[in-house]
Design a binder for this molecule. Structure first.
Ligand SMILES: *[C@@H]1O[C@H](CO)[C@@H](O)[C@H](O)[C@H]1NC(C)=O
Ligand SMILES: *[C@@H]1O[C@H](CO)[C@@H](O)[C@H](O)[C@H]1NC(C)=O
Ligand SMILES: *[C@@H]1O[C@H](CO)[C@@H](O)[C@H](O)[C@H]1NC(C)=O
Ligand SMILES: *[C@@H]1O[C@H](CO)[C@@H](O)[C@H](O)[C@H]1NC(C)=O
Ligand SMILES: *[C@@H]1O[C@H](CO)[C@@H](O)[C@H](O)[C@H]1NC(C)=O
Ligand SMILES: *[C@@H]1O[C@H](CO)[C@@H](O)[C@H](O)[C@H]1NC(C)=O
Ligand SMILES: *[C@@H]1O[C@H](CO)[C@@H](O)[C@H](O)[C@H]1NC(C)=O
Ligand SMILES: *[C@@H]1O[C@H](CO)[C@@H](O)[C@H](O)[C@H]1NC(C)=O
Ligand SMILES: *[C@@H]1O[C@H](CO)[C@@H](O)[C@H](O)[C@H]1NC(C)=O
Ligand SMILES: *[C@@H]1O[C@H](CO)[C@@H](O)[C@H](O)[C@H]1NC(C)=O
Ligand SMILES: *[C@@H]1O[C@H](CO)[C@@H](O)[C@H](O)[C@H]1NC(C)=O
Length: 588
């Protein structure tokens, strides 16, 4: 009998331990209600997408390895999905919030996202991913702090300041969609918002009565400014009058620290700067985000202006804004800035080992993909935009859900690995990428506008960037030592950017243009990355609350159903065992 008790106890002990291990990483939970509110950031009332009544939305404040639970309630009048770009969702594309990974959340319904920010640090932002909704808001910051035991490569800043910058239209996303569908371009935005607010009245060109952002600081202190371009399609030059911007991070990796007087932040990108309040506060200072790589004489209204206010400031600021970079007519030199961004290879990232310990430069490339984007064109009577001649057709059914339920014919795995000079078409072609491959991705921008490209589920090494058409000879110019790792990179019009990507994360992962108009018109695809020896351990299964749609719509159950899920039953079982084991312990 004693032996039996003992072995049972051993089993209980094991059950307890494994549940403790699971619980070891803290969980943070959020309730996100997405609804319309009316605000007038540029002086004209308009409906914007708010999160819990706020525009922009609240910060998600996590730490490396935290489990994050976000219950998203859709109070809009159309389908919704929230996405968390830069968060790598290890083995778990089920939580990525894109049309190819999730069924949309219908109006009046909710979906609870549940994922871990595994081995990550850095500054990101979230937003609604469908149908240009980001042009109406719904975005907010997502911070992943380092664990206290992991050092950061600079002294602890005196404060964290989030700055969301983005171009802005008075027309809402549905009106912008109508414009694109009818074959128009979006045209010049109506302004730039900083943290959801319009420009400070720096001169008579700004209308009266606009609410502007004021950032309050103390003299002598150093703050970490986390700057994100959450806009629709405009690259912005960010600068703070009289202050240096010390670049320390881009999308989750520490850079080799360098001062800039102004910095280009492209659509979808995030950067952290350390800014020291070392000026004399004879007045406040301007914070500016102005349109870049457009005719700046014509685009003057596309300028965001906020105020940096020292606690000992002697009064408001006046006079001209700090000058934008003077290379507008010599944009060749503008590329020197992104090329100067290097990774600090000796700094620790999310783990104590140095960021540079993965020697990407000595790994053999297994596949090369050249993706060429062209300006919009007419396909089947519609305005569309293409990558390698393919304009992506929005999925009806998430790809892995289709795989799981053996729904055939919903997509093809034939995305071409180079631009073929064939007639452009609308299609649902995915990249059949090889698990554990190490790929070279060349982004060739043959459009006339600056673009930024993003890959979900991964970060990549930005090894090269240049003008003209990429050729194999360009490989000689690659940075094989300290290229920055990030997840969103700019591609100059008439130029190319080369990145290396280590395909160690299974799932289906979106590869897209972040410029909302081009994305809407079809410049995206997905990489399907499956472990051929899949044994149920590499990729996570769908969550209990997975939503169904398309051909599988009949599988959906009402939300709030009282059926006990397998996971809940398992948890109850473990709790019961633990209670029993305590009882056995007390009895013995
Ligand atoms: C968007 O704007 C159009 C008019 O331009 C209006 O009819 C529609 O109601 C607006 N939609 C929302 C959600 O605000
Ligand atoms: C985030 O949480 C950390 C503690 O984990 C706290 O120090 C920090 O102030 C928080 N930041 C924000 C923006 O809420
Ligand atoms: C909707 O929210 C409720 C809690 O309010 C939750 O029990 C339910 O699982 C959620 N539905 C989905 C699909 O996540
Ligand atoms: C307002 O400021 C902009 C940029 O500093 C300048 O180009 C423009 O001429 C000014 N407009 C007026 C009316 O002063
Ligand atoms: C950056 O500029 C600040 C002054 O604003 C200076 O104190 C610091 O040494 C500079 N750092 C580097 C790496 O150039
Ligand atoms: C404060 O700094 C500004 C700009 O550097 C300078 O023009 C001004 O003379 C300074 N004022 C004082 C009181 O030092
Ligand atoms: C910018 O636009 C103005 C006004 O249309 C025009 O005169 C100027 O030539 C343009 N500049 C460039 C570089 O295209
Ligand atoms: C790189 O990181 C180390 C911390 O490991 C730090 O001491 C150093 O200042 C950083 N160097 C640069 C150039 O950012
Ligand atoms: C890379 O390929 C070369 C031949 O092309 C081979 O000699 C070398 O061993 C390979 N390196 C690795 C790390 O596989
Ligand atoms: C995808 O690639 C794998 C090898 O990596 C190959 O076995 C498979 O046949 C390919 N699938 C298609 C549909 O081309
Ligand atoms: C597009 O590509 C063609 C040839 O491939 C080249 O002649 C043209 O200059 C390119 N245009 C842009 C904007 O990149």
């Amino acid at each position: 009998m004693a032996l039996l008790y003992y072995s049972l106890f051993g089993f209980f002990h094991f059950a307890l331990l494994s549940s403790l291990c699971f619980a070891a990483d803290p969980t943070i939970s959020y309730e996100f209600k997405l609804s319309y509110i009316t605000v007038s950031p540029l002086g004209t009332p308009q409906q914007v997408i708010a999160v819990n009544g706020n525009f922009p939305g609240p910060v998600i404040n996590a730490t490396t390895n935290y489990n994050v639970i976000i219950n998203v309630r859709n109070q809009l009048d159309e389908d919704l999905l929230m996405t968390w770009p830069g968060i790598q969702m290890r083995r778990n594309s089920w939580q990525d919030g894109l049309r190819g990974t999730n069924c949309p959340i219908p109006p009046k319904r909710n979906f609870t996202y549940n994922f871990q920010v595994k081995d990550q640090i850095g500054s990101f932002f979230y937003y609604p991913s469908l149908n240009l909704q980001r042009a109406s808001g719904g975005f907010g910051p997502f911070i992943v702090n380092n664990r206290p035991i992991i050092s950061i490569p600079f002294p602890q800043p005196d404060g964290d300041i989030v700055v969301l910058i983005g171009d802005w239209y008075i027309q809402n996303h549905t009106a912008l969609r109508t414009a694109l569908d009818s074959g128009k371009e979006l045209g010049m935005p109506d302004g730039v918002l900083i943290n959801g607010k319009g420009p400070y009245k720096y001169n008579s060109s700004v209308p009266d009565g606009i609410d502007y952002e004021t950032i309050k600081v103390d003299p002598g202190k150093t703050y970490r400014f986390r700057v994100h371009n959450v806009g629709t399609s405009t690259s912005l030059n960010f600068r703070i009058q009289g202050h240096n911007l010390l670049l320390v991070e881009t999308e989750g990796y520490y850079t080799s620290q360098q001062n800039y007087t102004s910095f280009d932040v492209h659509v979808g990108q995030s950067c952290s700067f350390l800014v020291t309040m070392d000026q004399n506060a004879t007045s406040d200072y301007y914070i500016v985000a102005s349109a870049r790589f457009v005719n700046e004489t014509v685009w003057q209204r596309v300028t965001g202006v906020a105020i940096l206010h020292y606690s000992n400031s002697k009064g408001p600021v006046s006079g001209p804004l700090p000058e934008p970079p003077s290379d507008v007519y010599n944009q060749w030199s503008a590329m020197n800035q992104p090329r100067s961004i290097r990774q600090n290879s000796s700094a620790s990232g999310a783990r104590p080992n140095p960021q540079g310990s993965f020697h990407y430069g000595s790994i053999n490339v297994t596949d090369t993909y050249v993706l060429r984007s062209l300006p919009p064109t007419t396909i089947d009577g519609k305005q569309r935009a293409t990558l390698n001649g393919i304009s992506f057709l929005k999925p009806d059914l998430p790809f892995r859900l289709a795989d799981l339920h053996k729904v055939k014919g919903t997509y093809k795995l034939d995305f071409p690995s180079e631009p073929l000079n064939r007639t452009p078409k609308i299609d649902r072609s995915l990249i059949n990428a090889t698990y554990k491959g190490f790929i070279e991705l060349i982004l060739q921008n043959n459009d006339t506008k600056m673009q930024s490209f993003h890959v979900d589920g991964y970060s990549f090494f930005v090894v090269g960037m240049d003008w003209g058409t990429w050729t194999e000879n360009d490989r000689g110019s690659y940075n094989k030592w300290d290229a920055i790792s990030r997840s969103t990179v700019e591609v100059y019009p008439g130029g190319w950017t080369a990145v290396y990507l280590s395909l160690d994360n299974v799932g289906v992962w979106n590869l897209r243009v972040e410029n909302l108009d081009r994305w809407y018109l079809g410049q995206e695809t997905y990489m399907r990355i499956i472990n051929p020896e899949e044994n149920g351990e590499t990729e996570m299964g769908p969550p209990d609350n997975v939503l169904y749609c398309g051909q599988l719509a009949s599988l959906s159950k009402d939300t709030g159903s009282s059926a006990i899920s397998i996971r809940t039953a398992y948890n109850l079982f473990v709790t019961l065992l633990m209670t029993l084991s305590v009882a056995v312990f007390i009895i013995s």
